[in-house]
Design a protein around this ligand. Structure first.
Ligand SMILES: NC(=O)c1ccc[n+]([C@@H]2O[C@H](COP(=O)([O-])OP(=O)(O)OC[C@H]3O[C@@H](n4cnc5c(N)ncnc54)[C@H](OP(=O)(O)O)[C@@H]3O)[C@@H](O)[C@H]2O)c1
Length: 236
């Protein structure tokens, strides 16, 4: 998979980086990245860099273009992003067939989404606004992937037969339209005009649920490391 086989949903004024590779077998892409980090972080970073001039061209007196990084509350379910292994995990990757390890990599990839939104907001001040978010818990294809389902079963989110556990109120399942709502808010809601860089949940700013390990310092380091890794500088 090349880095540009990534999914960004773009309209003329907004880019939503939404893709996530949670279900595939672990492998290293032709660019030398593990597939989760390539899909969730390196690809969206490069795509955003390449499309940024077109986004910037849509800026008007009333509108500053936006980039939305679809992250997850999973970004807070672990120790944070290890910058030393951001390109690929240590070893030959054989341990990634362990769902817990694969989930930890998902956690790291989603940290990268949160951090990129923070740093893009800082670097793009006045030119591009950026937001990170958790869309909610939604019964999409993602929760049924082999790499995630065992972990979700172990925490009771899925029943043993793999169906969503709607009975336990601790899991606040959303319908697909409800799951899309926070993305739409991040993309268009004028309440966020002065909140670039924030993290969202349930259609509102939710910086208090952004993990403390997602610091501005880590965000800057990740940006620099990512530029080096993809061989492109991203200047706004
Ligand atoms: N569902 C949830 O409960 C939940 C919770 C928190 C965060 N999220 C986030 O929400 C976003 C959307 O996820 P979803 O729930 O809609 O999951 P999904 O149904 O699995 O959708 C994931 C999307 O990513 C694409 N994708 C996967 N691997 C790819 C690759 N290597 N290259 C390009 N595209 C690739 C898939 O395209 P193909 O089908 O063509 O492979 C699919 O369109 C993700 O960023 C996810 O982390 C979801």
């Amino acid at each position: 998979m090349s880095l540009l086989r990534t999914v960004g949903l773009i309209c003329s004024q907004v880019l939503v980086n939404n893709a996530a590779a949670t279900g595939g077998t672990f492998h290293i892409t032709e660019d030398g990245f593990d597939v989760q980090m390539a899909t969730d972080h390196f690809g969206p970073f490069l795509f955003t860099k390449l499309i940024a001039p077109k986004l910037e061209a849509t800026r008007t007196a009333e509108w500053v273009p936006r980039v939305v990084m679809v992250a997850s509350e999973a970004h807070a379910m672990g120790p944070g992003l290890n910058l030393a292994t951001v390109r690929r995990p240590d070893g030959d990757g054989s341990d990634q067939s362990d769902p817990q390890k694969s989930f930890l990599r998902y956690h790291e990839a989603k940290c990268a989404c949160v951090l990129t939104a923070m740093e893009l907001a800082r670097r793009g001040e006045g030119k591009i606004r950026a937001y990170g978010l958790h869309p909610g818990t939604i019964p999409t294809n993602l929760v049924h992937k082999d790499s995630l389902a065992p972990v979700l079963k172990s925490i009771g989110m899925l029943n043993e037969d793999g169906s969503p556990n709607f009975a336990d109120p601790k899991f606040k399942w959303k319908t697909i339209p409800q799951g899309a709502a926070t993305n739409v808010v991040a993309a268009f809601d004028p309440r966020l005009d002065d909140k670039s860089g924030c993290y969202l949940e349930d259609c509102n700013e939710s910086n208090h649920t952004r993990a403390p390990h997602c610091t501005p310092e880590t965000a800057q380091k990740l940006w620099d490391l990512t530029e080096e890794s993809v061989g492109e500088t991203f200047v706004l």
